[in-house]
Ligand binder design. Structure first.
Ligand SMILES: *Cc1c(COP(=O)(O)O)cnc(C)c1O
Length: 455
C-alpha cells in the first residue's frame, strides 16, 4: 500500500495522461491495468488504510469486491423485476433484513440508491407528494403556501442542494437551534413551526440526524417523532452513517425513536463497509413512494405479478445497477454476528482514541457514542497541524468547525484499525506538539468557548 496521503500536482497527473494515453495506439490490457493501479496506489488518499480516520469512506470486505465484479460481468438491469428477477429479489431480501432492524412495518418500501444524497432527495420528493397532492401534477407554483423543511445547522448539506433542485429554494430550509451537544433543540423546533404557520408558510418535514457528519450528534428522535405526529409533519431520519448501529444490541438504544420515522436514509457504503455507491432509502408509506415515482410507458416489460415492484416506478433511478449484491454477499459471508463485531470493534476503537487523546492533554469537543472524535488543544492551529499530520504520513484526519471552534475530526472508518494503530498515531501527534508544530503564536491564540472547554 502506498502513502496514505498523496503529494501530487494536477500537472503531474495531466502530463502523465497526455503522454501515455492519446487513445490512438492500442495498449495491452495488463499494461493499462498495471499503470492505473499504480496511479490509484500513489495518487489518492488511501481510504482503506487503517490510519485513514476520515469522512466515512470505509475499508471494504473481499466479498463486496467480488460482488462488484460479478455485477459488472453480468450487467443485470434492475429497472424492472422481469428483466432481473434474481437481482430484484436479492435486494429485497437484503433490505427486508434492515426494515426489520429499523422496526419499520413489513410492507415498508425500500430501495438501494446511489448514496445518501439520492436517499435524502427521495425523502423530500415523497414527503412533498404526500403532503401536497397537487405537487406532482402542478408543481410548487400551484401551492397556496410555501412548504418548509426543518433541519439543524449540523444537518447534511445535501439538503441545501435538494431544496435547490426540487424548486423549493434553499430558503425553504429553516435552521432549528441546537443544544450544547449539537442536538436539535425541541423547544426551538416547536417555536419555528408555530411561527412559520402563523406567517402563512406550510411546514411539512422535519429532518432528524442519527449521527451528524461533522460531530456524530444524534438528534432526539423519539421526541421529534412524537412532535411530527402531533403536527402532521413528515419525519425523516438521516442515518446515512449512524444507521448501521441498529444491528448492534449494545448500540441500538442510541437510535431509539427511529422506528417512528416516515422515512430513513442509511448508507451501506459508510459503516456497512461496502464500496461506493450504495445508499438506501426506507419509507413507511409505499403508496406515497409509488405516487411520487410513478411512470407508465409502453416500451418497458409489463408486470405480471402483483407481488413484485418495478424499481423504475418506485424510485428516482431508471436504468439501475445491482447495487445491493455487495451488501448481500458480505452479509452472507460474515453473518449478522460478523457485522455486529465489526461495528462494535470500530466503536471500541473510537473509545480508545477518545481516552488516549484525553489522557495526553487533548480536549474532546463533541458528544457521541459513535467512533467520531472532534478535538483540539489550547493554542492549536488545526490547519497547520493537519498539514504536518498528513505530510508525515501519520494519519488522515479532517477539519471541522463546531459552534465556531475549529477542531480536528477523526472517525474510525476502517474495521482494520487496531489499538496499536491508535496508540501510535496519538504518540506521533504528541511528538508534533512537543516539537511545537501547529502552535498558534500568542496573537492568533484560539478563542475556545467556555462550553467547549468543559466538554
Ligand atoms: C454522507 C452523508 C450524507 C450523504 O450521503 P452520500 O452517500 O455521500 O451521498 C447524507 N447525510 C449524512 C448524515 C451523511 O453523513
Amino acid at each position: 500500500m502506498g502513502p496514505i496521503v498523496p503529494a501530487v500536482t494536477p500537472e503531474e497527473i495531466r502530463s502523465h495522461l497526455t503522454s501515455c494515453y492519446d487513445f490512438k495506439k492500442k495498449m495491452a490490457l495488463e499494461e493499462v491495468v498495471a499503470d492505473v493501479e499504480n496511479m490509484l496506489r500513489t495518487w489518492q488518499v488511501q481510504v482503506t488504510h487503517p490510519r485513514y480516520f476520515g469522512l466515512f469512506n470505509p475499508s471494504v470486505t473481499l466479498a463486496s469486491v467480488v460482488a462488484e465484479t460479478l455485477v459488472a460481468m453480468y450487467n443485470p438491469q434492475l429497472a424492472n423485476w422481469r428483466t432481473s428477477p434474481a437481482g430484484n429479489e436479492i435486494e429485497k431480501h437484503t433490505l427486508n433484513w434492515l426494515i426489520a432492524k429499523f422496526g419499520l412495518p413489513v410492507n415498508a418500501s425500500a430501495t438501494f440508491t446511489s448514496g445518501g444524497s439520492e436517499a435524502n432527495l427521495s425523502a423530500v420528493v415523497v414527503a412533498l407528494t404526500h403532503a401536497f397532492p397537487a405537487f406532482g401534477e402542478h408543481g410548487l407554483r400551484h401551492l397556496a403556501a410555501l412548504p418548509m423543511i426543518y433541519v439543524t445547522a449540523e444537518a447534511h448539506h445535501s439538503f441545501n442542494k435538494i431544496a435547490h433542485m426540487t424548486g423549493l429554494g434553499r430558503r425553504a430550509l429553516r435552521t432549528v437551534a441546537t443544544d450544547s451537544s449539537l442536538k436539535l433543540d425541541m423547544a426551538d423546533l416547536k417555536r419555528c413551526v408555530a411561527e412559520d404557520r402563523n406567517n402563512g408558510f406550510a411546514p411539512f418535514m422535519v429532518v432528524g440526524a442519527a449521527g451528524t457528519t461533522a460531530a456524530g450528534a444524534i438528534d432526539p428522535l423519539l421526541e421529534i417523532g412524537r412532535f411530527c405526529r402531533e403536527e402532521n409533519l413528515w419525519f425523516h431520519v438521516d442515518a446515512a452513517w449512524g444507521g448501521a448501529a441498529i444491528i448492534s444490541e449494545k448500540l441500538r438504544h442510541h437510535l431509539t425513536g427511529i422506528d417512528t420515522a416516515d422515512s430513513i436514509t442509511c448508507d451501506a457504503h459508510k459503516w456497512l463497509s461496502v464500496p461506493m455507491g450504495a445508499g438506501m432509502f426506507f419509507c413507511r408509506h409505499p403508496e406515497a413512494v409509488a405516487q411520487a415515482f410513478r411512470a407508465e410507458v409502453s416500451y418497458m416489460p409489463k408486470k405480471t405479478d402483483r407481488s413484485v415492484d418495478d424499481p423504475y416506478t418506485t424510485s428516482a433511478q431508471w436504468s439501475r445497477r445491482f447495487i445491493g449484491l455487495k451488501l448481500f454477499l458480505a452479509l452472507a459471508q460474515h453473518g449478522e454476528s460478523g457485522y455486529v463485531e465489526m461495528i462494535e470493534h470500530q466503536t471500541q476503537m473510537g473509545q480508545v482514541l477518545r481516552e488516549s487523546l484525553k489522557s495526553s492533554g487533548w480536549r474532546i469537543i463533541n458528544t457521541t457514542p459513535f467512533p467520531l472524535i472532534c478535538f483540539t488543544r489550547e493554542g492549536l492551529d488545526t490547519t497547520q497541524f493537519l498539514t504536518a499530520l498528513r505530510e508525515q504520513q501519520i494519519a488522515w484526519m479532517s477539519e471541522a468547525s463546531l459552534n465556531g471552534t475549529p477542531v480536528l475530526r477523526a472517525c474510525i472508518t476502517s474495521f482494520k484499525t487496531t489499538e496499536a494503530d491508535i496508540r501510535w498515531v496519538v504518540g506521533e501527534m504528541n511528538r508534533l506538539i512537543d516539537e511545537g508544530i501547529g502552535q498558534c503564536t500568542s496573537t492568533q491564540e484560539l478563542l475556545i468557548p467556555a462550553q467547549a472547554r468543559n466538554g
